[in-house]
Design a protein around this ligand. Structure first.
Ligand code: F6P
Length: 319
C-alpha cells in the first residue's frame, strides 16, 4: 500500500483533529502518501480530495472540530453514491481509507469494504455509543463541558432554590447523561437504556426539599425526550420552581482534553498500522487500556449498552 486517504464524517467531536494528525504523521513515517477527503462522504463522491503533508496537520492537535470538515451524507447510503466514491479513490490512486466518525460513518466504511476497498473505522463521537471500545474520541471533552456547565447552573440553582432539568446530547445513548450526572451528583438521571418512574422522581425531589436541599439537578438524555416536557410534568406534580437548560451543540466544541488527544493519537496511528498489515473492514478501539480491533460488521450488530452498575451507583448516591 502506497497511498491512503482519511476522512471525518457525521457529527464532529473534539479530538478528531488529533486523530487526523496521527493518521497523517504515522502514514508519512512509514513512507506512505496521505490524502485528505474533505466534507466526509459527500466530498468523497465529488472528489474533494487533497494531498496532505506533515505540515498540513501542524497546529491542530489542540483544536476542536475537524480540519477536514464533516457532513451527514444521505447519498453515500445508495449504491450509486458508493460507486462514485470508489471511482474518486481510484482516480487519486488511494488504496486504503481511514474513516473517523460514529455508527453512521461505520456503515459507509462497511460498504466500502464490501466493495473491496480496505477501510478502517476510528470511533469519533461525543455519544460514546460505539461497541468494541470503552471510549470514543470526544466523549471525555464533552463530558467535561457538561460538568462545567452544570457546576455553573448549580450556583444559580442554589441561590434561587430551584429544580433544574438539564438536557444533554446523546441521540440514543445515555453515557453523557450518566457520567455527568454521577460526576455532578444529580438527583436523577434519565437515560434511554433504563426505565424511569415519574412517581419515584417526584418523591425523591420532595424528600430532598423537605430535608432542606437548596436545589435539585435532573439530567435528561435527549434520546428519552425533551427536557421541557419533563419540567412541565415536574411542575405539575410538585410545587417546585423549575428551569430547563438544553446544552445543545456547545457539547460538541472546544479544545479536546488530554485524554481525548492521547486516545485520538493512539487510535489514529493504530488504524494506519492495521492498513499496513493488510487488514480491512475493522474498527479500532481501546478496551482495558489496550488497543484492539474488531470486525466492523460484527460491531454494527452489537446494541449499545451502558454500565448498569454505574447507573445503580448514581441512584444509591443520590438518596
Ligand atoms: O452524534 C453526535 C450528536 O451530537 C448527537 O448527540 C446528537 O443527537 C446529534 O449528533 C446532533 O446532530 P446534528 O449536529 O446533525 O444536529
Amino acid at each position: 500500500m502506497k497511498k491512503i486517504g482519511v476522512l471525518t464524517s457525521g457529527g464532529d467531536s473534539p479530538g478528531m483533529n488529533a486523530a487526523i494528525r496521527a493518521v497523517v504523521r504515522k502514514a508519512i513515517f512509514h513512507g506512505l502518501e496521505v490524502y485528505g477527503i474533505y466534507n466526509g462522504y459527500a466530498g468523497l463522491i465529488t472528489g474533494n480530495i487533497k494531498k496532505l503533508e506533515i505540515g498540513s496537520v501542524g497546529d491542530i492537535i489542540h483544536r476542536g472540530g475537524t480540519m477536514l470538515y464533516t457532513a451527514r451524507c444521505e447519498e453515500f447510503k445508495t449504491l450509486e453514491g458508493q460507486v462514485q466514491g470508489i471511482e474518486q479513490l481510484k482516480k487519486f490512486g488511494i488504496e486504503g481509507l481511514v474513516v473517523i466518525g460514529g455508527d453512521g460513518s461505520y456503515r459507509g466504511a462497511q460498504k466500502l469494504t464490501e466493495h473491496g476497498y480496505p477501510t478502517i473505522g476510528v470511533p469519533g463521537t461525543i455519544d460514546n455509543d460505539i461497541p468494541g471500545t470503552d471510549f470514543t474520541i470526544g466523549f471525555d471533552t464533552a463530558l467535561n463541558t457538561v460538568i462545567d456547565a452544570i457546576d455553573k447552573i448549580r450556583d444559580t440553582a442554589t441561590s434561587h432554590e430551584r429544580t433544574y432539568i438539564i438536557e444533554v446530547m446523546g441521540r440514543d445513548a445515555g453515557d453523557l447523561a450518566l457520567w455527568s450526572g454521577l460526576a455532578d451528583g444529580a438527583e436523577t438521571i434519565i437515560i434511554p437504556e433504563a426505565q424511569y418512574d415519574m412517581g419515584q422522581i417526584v418523591e425523591r425531589l420532595e424528600r430532598g426539599h423537605k430535608r432542606g436541599k437548596k436545589h435539585s439537578i435532573i439530567i435528561v438524555a435527549e434520546g428519552v425526550g425533551s427536557g421541557v416536557e419533563f419540567a412541565k410534568q415536574i411542575e405539575e406534580a410538585t410545587n417546585l420552581e423549575t428551569r430547563v437548560t438544553v446544552l445543545g451543540h456547545i457539547q460538541r466544541g472546544g479544545r479536546p482534553t488530554g485524554s481525548d488527544r492521547v486516545l485520538a493519537s493512539r487510535l489514529g496511528a493504530k488504524a494506519v498500522e492495521l492498513l499496513l498489515e493488510g487488514k480491512a473492514g475493522v474498527t479500532v478501539g481501546i478496551q482495558n487500556n489496550k488497543l484492539v480491533y474488531h470486525d466492523i460488521t460484527e460491531i454494527l450488530k452489537v446494541p449499545h449498552s451502558i454500565d448498569l452498575e454505574m447507573y445503580k451507583l448514581s441512584q444509591e448516591l443520590s438518596i
